[in-house]
Ligand binder design. Structure first.
Ligand code: SF4
Length: 343
């Protein structure tokens, strides 16, 4: 099947672009034109002006983002149509509008700017675009959040409370100056004065990273006393505080790749990426922080459904195409462009 995919790629040439996220399995990565994190893949999609068909091996919000950033004549397809992101699904437009009204009542009009992690629905990116906000990825979070904090008195950060908190702490914002908005109870809680609230964190998280317990770090320290432990900033703040470094998937890869031979690393992120680090760095000792860090949605892309997608394209069957409504896309692109201009 992999050979068949390679044949179709050759046949279609520049008409076809296959993008794959770092969390995809090795077989998918082996046939991708580009492999990267959300930021790099969004930039690749935006830059490409030749491919009629962009096949996105990842989850739904990534294909939506690619559709927003590409030209009308380019079609974006997702091999596994049920591959969603549970964290992105923790924030929808109705919930965001309710939160916005509550924040206006609490802090006043024009006092807050919304910032959404790229791991969000297109309608949330559009919400941010409409209110002068931006999108952010783990690869540019510090820069983008600094910009947002220079625009208004406070930031509403959706949907990942961990990335929001970890980035804000890095920028010097005390934890006690952060509020939590719970979208299911529609309640806002904070322990400081109103004026001191700088961040309002949405109560969302990525289960793959959020469930890495502090005890895993303690166990790894005992088992690998000479290792450096690095994690993705979707991990909780207590885990991020306890490790030696945190950053985007590109950061994690580069840390290990550029390290001296013989060094030891324990990496806390999705298993496909860590297992690839083990294979591609045989001169170093690399292990995974939590063997349960598996994203079932990322793993829904298979050689079978990728081949099926390519064969369907050849037959002019676009049932796996992902499209974003023009009304949503026109506002979502504003928040994406703000981020890309800051990256
Ligand atoms: S790893 Fe987490 S954030 Fe990424 S797609 Fe899976 S659930 Fe969503």
């Amino acid at each position: 099947m992999l050979n068949k995919i390679k044949e179709i790629k050759k046949e279609m040439g520049d008409d076809l672009l296959i993008l794959a996220h770092h969390y995809q399995n090795d077989q998918i990565v082996s046939v991708a034109d580009y492999v990267g994190d959300s930021l790099k893949l969004a930039q690749m999609a935006e830059k490409n002006k030749t491919a009629k068909y962009i096949v996105f091996c990842g989850v739904h919000f990534m294909a939506e983002t690619a559709d927003i950033l590409t030209e009308d004549w380019q079609k974006v397809l997702l091999p596994a149509l049920t591959a969603g992101c549970p964290m992105a699904n923790m924030a929808d437009l109705d919930q965001a509008e309710k939160a916005w009204e509550l924040l206006k009542a609490e802090f006043g009009d024009e006092e807050t700017v919304p910032v959404t992690y790229i791991n969000s629905k297109a309608e949330i990116k559009a919400f941010c675009g409409r209110h002068g906000g931006t999108t952010v990825t783990s690869g540019n979070a510090g820069k983008v959040l600094s910009w947002a904090l220079s625009q208004k008195k406070r930031v509403l950060f959706l949907p990942d409370q961990n990335l929001g908190k970890n980035t804000a702490v890095d920028l010097g914002i005390p934890e006690e100056h952060m509020a939590l908005y719970d979208q299911s109870t529609e309640k806002l809680t904070y322990a400081c004065s109103k004026e001191d609230v700088k961040m309002v964190l949405w109560n969302g998280y990525c289960h793959v990273h959020h469930t890495i317990a502090l005890s895993k770090v303690e166990e790894a320290r005992k088992a690998h006393p000479n290792a450096k432990i690095i994690v993705h900033p979707e991990c909780t703040h207590e885990v991020c505080k306890a490790v030696d470094g945190k950053g985007s998937t590109e950061f994690l890869i580069n840390q290990v790749k550029n390290a001296p031979a013989g060094s030891e690393w324990v990496v806390g992120t999705e298993a496909n990426l860590v297992l690839r680090l083990v294979e591609t760095n045989p001169d170093k000792k690399v292990s995974i922080l939590n063997t349960r860090s598996v994203c079932t949605n990322m793993n829904k892309t298979s050689v079978e459904n990728l081949l099926e997608t390519l064969e369907q394209i050849k037959e002019n069957n676009f049932e796996k195409q992902i499209t974003v409504d023009d009304n949503i896309a026109k506002d979502a692109v504003k928040s994406l462009n703000t981020m890309l201009s800051l990256s």
